[in-house]
Design a protein around this ligand. Sequence first.
Ligand code: FAD
Length: 434
Amino acid sequence: TEENFDAIVIGAGMAGNAAAYTMSSRGMKVLQLERGEYPGSKNVQGAIMYADMLEKILPDFRDDAPLERHLVEQRFWMMDDSSHIGMQYRSDDFNESRPNRYTVIRAQFDKWFSRKVREAGATLLCETTVTELVRDPKGRVIGVRTDRAGDVILADVVVLAEGVNGLLGTRAGLRDTPKPETVALAVKEMHFLAEEVIDQRFGLKANEGCVIEAVGTISRNMAGLAFLYTNKESISIGIGCLVSEFAATMESPYDLLEKFKTHPSVKPLIAGSEVKEYAAHLIPEGGYKAIPQLFGDGWVVVGDAAQLNNAVHREGSNLAMTSGRIAGEAIVQIKNRKKPMVKEHLSLYKSMLDNSFVIKDLRKYKDMPALLHTNSRNFFTTYPKLLSQAAQNFVRVDGTPKIDKERATTATFIKARSRWGLFGDAIRLARAWR
Ligand code: FAD
């Protein structure tokens, strides 16, 4: 049997749900295929969810979405083995009527998002893995084959929202497999604690949330970042480093997470908690230069599968939602103009995406992945360590004249990096940041 849809969406994560909702709510006949038992069952995120991007899809999401806490405080830590020095920003302005960022638990959030997609009219099939893209003799994608009974399902256009591995698109020759130096492997645990205990430990009240992100000796010279996010009754804690660096150092991600959890600055925050969940997942970190071809005859690719992830700001879900929504809008426009879903017309998706924050942000940081990868030891271990020592030297009162303390601090920086090295690092960072 063959069935014909206006669009098939592969994957029911952030990007897939955004695309499926956008198209089905505008009257298109959409089939969404998800290999997990239910949407979200396979998905891993920190997770911070950005309201603005969801509002553009579901303006009233706050009425019933499963939201954990809204964020009022952000801490950024640079650590050595016994200390941390950091920046902290907290504002009561974030206690607004429509808060800007929330923590969410993806298993619950994706289920909710998927319900909205189905209410908008899309058909969802779970526990269904797409095994192959089906093409016509000219190479245009015309449908998919799944692991169910081998039937071909036809559609005018296929939206690939299959996440970071993107096996399907790679197998079909639409793009290369992500390179080990452009993806991070992250591990994450959920630590359960009473709501009041979390409130007390982080100085929070009524649904307020706090985020800690940390770099330093915890990543053992690799380019990596650890995180701690407060949910209502749990704390998500994790760490991720580039796959290429795990391969080179043979470090174990769980050892790094253990090191972060037992760091004296972190241990008291999670003391007495019950660990209930464990997950590992990849994050695309190659940035602008790793973005593959985004459209072709009969197909578009969105979200992590298109490597749309801003590693500098640790944003992924919002780029996924936005690229999914924009792809959906472009497809609706093409359909309304009664044009075929071929490369020439689907390029509209790319030009709309180019005009959005998604590509503008990734282009801004296009040189950051290479810089951080080639200088990981300096930026992720040497500087955090030096800054931490400098802070200690500054605050410790031991009878040493201040002028001598300053000279000693300067000397440690020069010893570690040399004058030229310090100058070069500053210039390189400033250039890549521009
Ligand atoms: P996914 O959410 O991965 O969804 C892909 C879906 O496709 C899955 O449901 C999968 O089961 C399905 N699928 C795959 N192949 C097939 C197939 N062949 N057939 C059928 N279905 C298939 N981003 C943020 O914005 N904030 C954060 O705090 C944050 N923290 C993160 C922390 C960690 C540890 C990790 C790993 C990522 C984090 N991210 C964060 C990134 C964010 O999770 C991703 O950018 C986002 O989930 C991408 O959405 P997506 O829909 O493209 O992919």
